[in-house]
Ligand binder design. Structure first.
Ligand SMILES: *Cc1c(COP(=O)(O)O)cnc(C)c1O
Length: 361
């Protein structure tokens, strides 16, 4: 059967080459006589896999030595708790609430520290990034938290807020590895793998070493301390072995594409195909402020719910899957992560054009 164009927001499309390679190695990984899923995480052969994955991620993002890379579990949602628990000194944290994930991070942090919402775009269903030119940062904040790309609404930060010297923490679940970033401008970056990296089950944390606390209160579970994982090369307990293996394959694939500068060019071109079409369409329109448009999640709709439903139905029949917008926004959302080929976006735009012409006639 032919593979569909999968525009899912997550878990999401993976590079076909990666899936083929994994399939070829499924029964017998490099003469080990077993699948990666079946091998000890303490074996030499697995150690090579995780060490190489970390090295490749460091190369892709130019991660300096004084930052630790951790492969964890629990999703980005566990980081909503681990970040405040590990970074609390004054027990105050500031949040810029630009979507449902940012709001969840803010609410979860409030269980452990004094969480301040210093800016929000909830007034218009998160359709823009607030002006952060002179946002007031709490003088005693341990950090400022942003959600870099708002998966549900299709907005992204194009520049960082002025944190007045406070540590910047970023949820990059849906945009990590989509373009080059300067890791040193962040104290901590976290991302669930299932959007732009690999399968669900692996969470990546990149943390400046000096932010990892030596001592935490007695009640903090061992598994929720960054120190535990940092001191053990993400091998304190059994890591998500197969997930890390697949993430590693995606890192290799990205390096073969020419790294993040190359993928950024492709991502900009892919997003432009859709946004340019939307900007001239009489039927479809983008749903967020132009200057804040995401390169990864493109949200759009028509003026009529019935036409949206009909579009989604016909798109599915034509092999375009998972275009339905999040239930809180409605309309459509095309998630066009790194692994979505440009042909997929071209085909979608052609389909939309055809649909629009049919409606008119
Ligand atoms: C999907 C997503 C999450 C939640 O991720 P889980 O791994 O399911 O916990 C958090 N933040 C952002 C930006 C997301 O896109």
């Amino acid at each position: 059967m032919k593979r569909v164009y999968n525009f899912s927001a997550g878990p999401a499309v993976l590079p076909e080459d990666v899936l083929k390679e994994a399939a070829a190695e499924m029964l017998n990984y490099r003469d080990s006589g077993m699948s990666v899923m079946e091998m000890s995480h303490r074996s030499k052969v697995y150690e090579n896999i995780i060490v190489q994955a970390e090295a490749d991620l460091r190369t892709l993002l130019s991660i300096p030595d004084h930052y630790k890379v951790l492969f964890l579990q629990g999703g980005a949602s566990l980081q909503f708790a681990m970040v405040p628990i590990n970074l609390m000194k004054n027990k105050v944290a500031d949040f810029i609430v630009t979507g449902q994930w940012a709001k969840k991070a803010y609410q979860e942090a409030g269980r452990y520290v004094k969480a301040n919402k210093i800016a929000s775009s909830e007034d218009t269903t998160f359709s823009y990034i607030p002006d952060l030119e002179d946002v007031t940062v709490s003088p005693d904040a341990d950090y400022v938290h942003i959600c870099e790309n708002n998966t549900i609404y299709g907005t992204r930060f194009t520049k960082h807020p002025d944190t007045k010297g406070k540590i910047l923490v970023s949820d990059m679940s849906s945009c990590i590895l989509s373009e080059p970033i300067d890791v040193t401008t962040y104290g901590l970056i976290y991302a669930g793998a299932q959007k732009n990296i690999g399968p669900a089950g692996t969470t990546i944390v990149i943390i400046r070493e000096d932010l990892i606390p030596d001592e935490l209160p007695e009640w903090v579970p061992t598994m929720m301390q960054y120190k535990t994982h940092a001191e053990n090369g993400s091998m304190y307990n059994t890591p998500p072995t197969y997930g890390i293996y697949l993430c590693g394959k995606v890192f290799q694939w990205l390096l073969q594409q020419g790294g993040l500068e190359a993928i950024q060019k492709i991502n900009i071109a892919k997003a432009a195909l859709l946004y340019d079409y939307l900007d001239q369409s009489k039927l479809f329109k983008g749903t967020v402020a132009k200057q804040d448009r995401s390169l990864m999640n493109v949200c759009f709709k028509t003026d009529h719910d019935e036409i949206d439903s009909r579009f989604l139905k016909e798109a599915k029949l034509a092999g375009f899957e998972n275009l339905k917008g999040h239930r809180s926004v409605g309309g459509m959302r095309a998630s066009i992560y790194n692994a979505m080929p440009v042909e997929g976006v071209q085909a979608l735009v052609s389909f939309m054009r055809e649909f629009e012409n049919n409606i008119k006639s």
